[in-house]
Structure formats: C-alpha cells, structure tokens
Design a protein around this ligand. Structure first.
Ligand SMILES: *Cc1c(COP(=O)(O)O)cnc(C)c1O
Length: 473
C-alpha cells in the first residue's frame, strides 16, 4: 500500500463515512486534476462525474481561476471581516446582488458571507427567526420544509432537514421543524400511472395532490394561529434527498401558497445555483444565477455555497432583503446586531476566485459548454432505460439521478443494506469514473467543461457497472 494511503488510514476520519468499511481497503488518493479528469498518486486517471461533490463548475486546475487566485495571493491571503472590508469581497457582494436581480419582489440587496452550505443555511435560519420575532408576527417562529430535505449538518441546518438517519442520532440537540410532502413523482402515492421507461414526471397521473398537501399544511397552521414563519426548499430538485426533481410549475404553485400565508421563502440553492439546475436549453438566455427564478419565484433568503468559487475554496453566501437587514439596525445599545460570523468570513482568496468564476459563467464559451453538456447528458442517459435494474432516470439541468430498483415493473426498491448504489459506484471507479450514490440513486453531476465524449464515458461506465452488479435480465 502507498505510504500516503497508510497515513490516511491511520489518522484521517472521513465525513459521512463508515470508517470500518473505509479501513478495509486502500483509498484512492487523488493528487492532481485538470478539466474533468482527476489523477491519483499512481498516475491512474478518473473522470470526475460528481464534480467533487457538486462544487466544481469549470473543471479542475482552470487557468482563469488559477490566475485570479494567484493574483490575490500576491496581495493578501486573509484579512478579517470584523472591522475591515476587502476589495474582492466588496466586489463579489455587489456582483451577486446584480446577478440575483429579478423583476420579482422582494429584491435581494444584502450578502452575508460564511464558509459552507450548512452555515449559509444557518444564517438564513437565524435571520428569519429573529426577523419574524422583531416584526411582532410571532414570539415562537416555526419552519416548514420538505420531506427528505438535507440543508446541512450544523445543528440548525439539521433541524430544518428531514433525513431520519441523521435525526435519530442528534434528536436531543435539535429544534422541531415541520415537514410536508415533497413531489417525488416516481414514488408518489398519488401518482396512479404504471411504471414506464421514461422520467416519471412526464407520464405521471395525478391531480397535483402534493400541492394540496402544502396548502393544507399552511391552512391548518394559520387556522390554529401558529403560522409558519418561513418555508424552506431547494428549487427544482432536492439534491441529497436523492436527486428528486420537481415537476414544472410545482415550485411556482407552492411559493404562491406560502406567500398567501405570509411565510418567508428560504431557497437553499447550495446545489442548484450557477446554472447547475437552471435551464440551459436556450444558449442565448445567459446565466440564471438562481434556479428559483426559472420558476418565477423570488425568495427572501438564498443560500449559495458549493459552486460559488467554482469548486476551489470553501465560501458561502446568504442573500437577503432590505426589510430583513433593517430589522437589525438600531442604536448600538439596543443590541440588534446580528451576532454571527466566522474567522474566515469574506476570505479574499475565495472571493477573488468566486469573482473569476462568475465572470467565466457569463462568458459565451461557458454558456455554450453548458448547452452542449445538457444535450449530451440527455442523449447518453436515454441508453440506461435498456437496463431492468434502472427504475427512474431523471435530469434537471446538469444534474442527473439514476434510481436502481429490484424490479422496474413494480418499482420495488433495494434494501439499503444491499448497498446496490455503493457497489455500482465501486464498479464505476474500476472503470475510471468517480461518483457517489445517495442510497439507491447513482448521481451524475459533471463539471461544465466535460466534453460529449467524456459524458459518454461516464454514462457508459454506469451502464456497464449496473449490468455487472445487478445483471441484465
Ligand atoms: C451540500 C448541501 C448543503 C450543505 O453544504 P455544505 O457545504 O456541505 O455544508 C446544504 N444544502 C444543499 C442543497 C446541499 O446540496
């Protein structure tokens, strides 16, 4: 075993990982990367079909991002945002507000920086909590979010989420938030359609009962005079919940209901922003920063993280409105200050890289690349329907989830203990393609620079691996 792999096994405790399994084999130690390709310490090459957990946008070792980072590095690596401003963070805040502009109300005008998706959500949560209390609406704000949601792993963010596995462990630490049915057409109890070899959203047979459920939830809370302060959602697709896409029009409908009940809208765009879930069908449409805008929804809070620095550095941002901002203004002695922040908040290296990332995203070349990737992905994914072990293939923008099943005719799922997703991803790694499953869903989230040939190789590895692990008949 390589000495570096030994060091890792001896000392490094990995996130969300059963370390007993981890310790059983030599890990892939990635030493370098370029574009969509990663290279391990033995020089073996892999395609990054998961964009390094959905962070990377333009590829690894990108000359433009490297330049921006190096140029800032020659000036200063870090200064504190407590008491000081810095040039890249000031510019980045302005640019994010410019890109988040929409004709919808309310306007997003302020940016609070932090370091990752969980903290961006934690900030939105605290701000919404305190804003609701200060506006005199309720002394005990309540939050409604979607079943299966993942909004991060800090205590507040976990409380907003509904993944039983995590809740069981930390129940005693969490506050209670309510959940409402998410649209999961493939496994929806209201969908009366028999399984077809197509994305379940296309052939579903229902009367939007999932929207009625949201309506009923809000109506009950209002009736009981315990209204929800905020509705928390991922626009267009729930990522860590299992790549669960929303049918067109769902978000617009539920956002309208939430608004009618005077709830704030908190959009978790940690995965979906920066064109990841935005429609790139029309190459002329430029960059939709926010996926919520593609449904005509204007949130009060937006959490950005993963793609913000193009996959280079940990940085996050929470965008919000003047109304929220003003609720924290007052005489010093009133102590209305937002008491929250981190040592590395508004880090200049990350901000400079994020600015270069946004510049690239807006370029003709990137818009063209995203369009090409969208088409290539759709084309390649269609080949998976030939496999009986594949129950649903769903694509939203440049995100794809492939749900593995025991029997596609009945949608019978695998027991998680069978580790179908894990075994398929291990077989893909042996074929030189890296990704991670979410339970029984294999994820393909390529960097925007992935060529049609590389996308072909990613999906081919998935197809061969499913056939190898689950059989073909
Ligand atoms: C990844 C993710 C988070 C958490 O972000 P971290 O940077 O891992 O803390 C929150 N929400 C969504 C939608 C995510 O995909």
């Amino acid at each position: 075993m390589h000495r570096l792999a030994e060091l890792d096994l001896a000392y490094h405790w990995h996130p969300f990982t059963q370390m007993r399994d981890w310790l059983e084999r030599e890990p892939i130690v990635i030493a370098s990367g370029r574009g969509a390709v990663l290279r391990d310490i033995y020089g073996r090459q892999y395609l990054d079909a998961n964009s390094s957990i959905w962070t990377n946008l333009h590829g690894h070792n990108h000359p433009g991002l490297n330049r921006a980072l190096q140029s800032q590095l020659r000036k200063v690596a870090h200064v504190s945002a407590l008491g000081f401003a810095n040039p890249p963070a000031a510019r980045l805040a302005a640019r994010l507000i410019e890109l988040a502009h929409s004709s919808g109300e309310p306007a997003l005008k302020k940016v609070f920086f932090s370091d990752n998706g969980s903290t961006a959500m934690e900030v939105a949560l605290k701000l919404a909590y305190e804003f609701t209390r200060r506006s005199g609406r309720t002394a005990k704000p309540r939050f409604l979010s979607l079943a299966g949601a993942y909004h991060g792993d800090t205590v507040g963010a976990v409380s907003l989420g509904h993944i039983d596995l995590f809740h069981r462990a930390y129940g005693g630490l969490l506050f209670k938030s309510d959940q409402v049915m998410a649209p999961y057409c493939y496994r929806c109890r209201f969908n009366r359609a028999r399984p077809e070899r197509a994305d379940a959203r296309e052939y579903r047979h229902c009367q939007w009962q999932c929207v009625d459920q949201v309506e009923a939830r809000f109506a009950r809370a209002t009736r009981q005079q315990r209204p929800y302060s905020a509705f928390v959602f991922e626009p267009r697709i729930q990522g860590a919940a299992g790549m669960i896409p929303q049918p067109d029009g769902w978000l617009q409908r539920v956002a309208k209901i939430a608004r009618a009940h005077r709830a704030l809208l908190i959009a978790d765009e940690v995965l979906t922003a920066f064109g990841r879930a935005g429609s790139s069908e029309n190459p002329k449409s430029g960059m939709p920063l926010l996926a919520a805008h593609t449904e005509g929804v204007q949130p009060d809070f937006v959490a950005l993280a993963k793609g913000l620095t193009g996959g280079y550095l940990p940085m996050a941002a929470t965008l919000t409105t003047p109304a929220v901002f003003e609720a924290f203004l007052g005489d010093y002695a009133e102590f209305k200050t937002f008491f929250h922040g981190h040592s590395y908040t508004a880090n200049p290296l990350a901000a400079a890289t994020a600015l270069a990332n946004l510049h690239l995203l807006d370029s003709r070349a990137s818009i063209h690349a995203r369009h090409r990737l969208h088409t290539a992905l759709r084309h390649e994914l269609a080949s998976l329907w030939a496999l009986p072990g594949v129950g649903d293939v769903r694509q939203v923008g440049l995100i794809a989830g492939v749900e593995l099943v025991r029997n596609w005719r009945t949608r019978e799922p695998f027991d998680l203990r069978d580790q179908a997703g894990i075994r398929v991803c291990e077989a893909m790694a042996r074929r030189g393609v890296l990704t991670r499953p979410i339970g029984n869903v294999v994820v393909i989230v390529p960097p925007y620079c992935a060529s049609p040939v590389q996308v072909h190789r990613m999906v081919r590895a998935l197809r061969l691996s499913v056939a190898e692990v689950l059989g073909t008949g």
